[in-house]
Design a protein around this ligand. Sequence first.
Ligand SMILES: Cc1cc2nc3c(=O)[nH]c(=O)nc-3n(C[C@H](O)[C@H](O)[C@H](O)COP(=O)(O)OP(=O)(O)OC[C@H]3O[C@@H](n4cnc5c(N)ncnc54)[C@H](O)[C@@H]3O)c2cc1C
Length: 486
Amino acid sequence: MSAHRTTDDVDVVIAGAGAAGLAAAVALSGAGAKVALLERKPFFGGRAYSYAHPALDEVIDSQHVLLGCCTNLIDLCNLSGASRHIRWYDSITFLEPGTEASSSETKPSRRSDICPGLLPSPGHSALSFLRAPMLSLADKSRIALGLLDFLRAYPTIDDEPFSAWLQRTHQTDRAIRHFWEPIIVGTLNDTFDRCSTRYAGQVFHESFMKSAEGGRLGIPSQPLSEFYSSVARLAEHQGTSLHLRCSIDRIEQLPGSVWKVTASDGTIHRAPNLLLALPFEQTARLLTTLPDASEHRQRIVPSLAHFTHAPITTIHLWFDRTITDLDHAALLDTRIQWMFNKTLIRRFETSQAATPGQYLELVISASFPELQQPREEILAAALAELARFFPGVRAAKLLKAGVLKEARATFSVTPGLDCFRPAADAPGDGLYLAGDWTLSGWPSTMEGAVRSGRLAAESIARAAGNAAEFLTPALPAAGLMKFFAR
Ligand SMILES: Cc1cc2nc3c(=O)[nH]c(=O)nc-3n(C[C@H](O)[C@H](O)[C@H](O)COP(=O)(O)OP(=O)(O)OC[C@H]3O[C@@H](n4cnc5c(N)ncnc54)[C@H](O)[C@@H]3O)c2cc1C
């Protein structure tokens, strides 16, 4: 786009082509609105991005997963065709390390598979849970009693830290380390005292209890920006104009209810509706380009001070040989919580002949300590930990390795945050907000982002006199949960 060009024939300008902005663009352009989508990066997907790493000569991303209960994200993927690139798994494998950290002895790791069986929900995973060697009978009975709290629903108020709930329900040390921690730290990406019981309860109610389908694990098998390109192409096909490398510097409200957006390349975009589908810190930055006395600014900016980030670190390892035949696993009693076998996950994507060796990605959620640690230290610790699960690592040659630290990976659902999460139409006068951090009803996830984009699209359509509904309903309760779930 040439400098100083002006776009002013659109109904809605959307800032940000992450999952939220893309979902809003698809909903609005699908309903006949003229939409311009502006994104500062050269690719789509926002934080769910991939890129060609020049030194590694590989396309890398931080593996994202979804669950069967992410109905809005799944619907968006179905509409755009991206769903062809999701691999679904019914079973989650938990591995206990085979050897002590200090020992050079090689013992196989112990495996527990949690998967649905013949019993109706909420007991669909009960048989595999009862068989799982990673927990004793005492741990299991505490967990089962705890889960009863989330049988009918999860709390509507978000004031209690999950750490207090664990204490209140007398969870054992091993139940915490081998069950609550891998799931909650993996899904909410923060420590127990910085996660509210409301969102922890939502994870267990929606994905563990309500139906077996809700707990299925979906893993995008394409690099993430390619995955989200399908969604961008759908929006474009419906008439959305896409502008990559277009960083918005300033917003202004003009007389006559028009919003003006100025990008760093000098381009100007004007529309009666402006949707900021940005992370909270970028939203705050743009709102502070409005005059101090602006009501839109005053309504939103003070709330944003209550939001905090949590980091995720991923470690990418290319070995000269096969390390494991598992596609993914939760690794217990370590810093690295999840292993994704990218070679196996991507095996149907590449047209090239399979190369020998294996590419594994390790994920450390809530990686606050790793933010300060040098790359070499993180790598050495991760390799030592990995060898405790897969002794073949010791003999394998590491061909190349990368460490990716995402300091602002997610916002934390800290207790009491909900009252500061704004609704899509909170700023007013044709200015709207979306993004995982807004009042989506979900924690910091792609589903939360897609929901927020669709909620914002509904508000914009409603203001134009169109009572469109873009949200996909939650999965229905299955089995006995039809009688329990509220
Ligand atoms: C390492 C990592 C692992 C994760 N794992 C998972 C997972 O397994 N499952 C899951 O559901 N979620 C996961 N998440 C969270 C998930 O990525 C986010 O919740 C979701 O992508 C947020 O989408 P969004 O559209 O709200 O925001 P974003 O993705 O942040 O999109 C905002 C967009 O706005 C653009 N932008 C910012 N400022 C400007 C500007 N001034 N002008 C123009 N454009 C601008 C940004 O470049 C970005 O593209 C993970 C996140 C990370 C980082």
